[in-house]
Design a binder for this molecule. Structure first.
Ligand code: PSU
Ligand code: MN
Length: 306
């Protein structure tokens, strides 16, 4: 059974690039609707797309608009996603059926974006920080659906590690268990999103777009089922001050607990807490790293297309 085409629309530029076997990079949309404040989010969404182009690939931002899966968005669609008045739902893989059934707007997480990208034939993806195992997960069982999806899809995803609000050691252990390849880009240390070095090592290292592309190429050749995570650290000159980071994280986790924030609201709450409590310093770090990741993903996709 094929895909229901009326539920699925690929932007003509993306379609043409895919038909040409040219480089295409998928981009998620939850970061626009739930990860960055309006109206900066729309500006940043455009910057991210431009960085993919600068890297040498066509950007395909993925979202659900009026109940239709869109692979590659128009400028007007980016505006809809970024507008707090649009009532955009954060959509993980489990939410795809319901959002299509009810016809709303949905911003896709790493999990849902990966699923849709693979359906469309896109094998490269850039984001800020992956979801993972939350602190206290032994009690709460809060583990991002991103991990499940990365276990099941042969995508190559560029990120700045996992968000530092998480239990990074536990997340790396889970990634190992579920068969996800993790490589540091130009580093032997796993990046910690707002921080360049999480204190944990990485099992593999690559130092060029071609080396990164080859990990995916040979993974496919041997039919290993999972994703390749290329973890690129934010440059140390741009990272968030460690003392500030740790202080704001501690207060944010305490607040989330106090306010009873659970489920899909936890990550947006903590990201927003960081932005307000650091006077937007965390926002600037987030913007810098997502742009750098987008450019590198474009370069990797280009290397793979040759
Ligand atoms: N990285 C960012 N900002 C974000 C996210 C990642 O820099 O907003 C989003 C991604 O969409 C990721 C999601 O998939 O957070 C994870 O949410 P959760 O922890 O609820 O699974
Ligand atoms: Mn969660």
């Amino acid at each position: 059974m094929g895909l229901d085409k009326s539920l699925f629309a690929i932007h003509p530029e993306v379609q043409a690039a895919l038909a040409d076997k040219a480089a295409v990079v998928a981009l998620e949309s939850t970061i626009i609707s739930h990860g960055l404040p309006s109206p900066r989010n729309v500006t940043v969404a455009r910057e991210i797309e431009q960085n993919v182009r600068d890297g040498g690939a066509v950007p395909a931002t993925i979202a659900i608009i009026d109940g239709v899966v869109r692979v590659g968005l128009t400028s007007a669609e980016l505006e809809i996603l970024g507008d707090p008045k649009s009532n955009v739902t954060k959509v993980s893989t489990r939410d795809l059926g319901p959002i299509l059934a009810t016809g709303g707007h949905g911003a896709t997480t790493v999990s849902a974006t990966t699923h849709i990208a693979m359906l469309a034939g896109i094998k490269f993806f850039a984001t800020g920080g992956l979801g993972g195992v939350h602190r206290g997960a032994v009690e709460t069982w809060d583990v991002s659906a991103d991990l499940m999806t990365l276990a099941m899809n042969q995508i190559t995803i560029v990120c700045a590690g996992v968000k530092s609000i998480l239990d990074i050691g536990a997340t790396l252990e889970r990634l190992e268990t579920i068969g996800v390849t993790v490589a540091g880009y130009g580093t032997d240390k796993f990046p910690g999103f707002y921080r360049a070095d999480s204190g944990f090592g990485v099992p593999w290292r690559v130092d060029s777009p071609q080396e990164a592309a080859d990990f995916g190429k040979y993974r496919d050749a041997i039919s290993a089922p999972g994703a390749v995570v290329i973890a690129k650290p934010v440059s140390p000159a741009n990272e968030l001050d460690l003392e500030l980071h740790d202080r704001v994280l501690a207060s944010g986790l305490a607040q989330a607990d106090l306010q009873g924030i659970v489920g899909k609201d936890v990550t947006p709450f903590l990201l927003d807490w960081f932005h307000t409590q650091t006077n937007n310093q965390s926002l600037e770090v987030n913007v810098i790293l997502i742009n750098a990741n987008a450019k590198l993903a474009g370069q990797i996709a280009l290397a793979a297309s040759k």
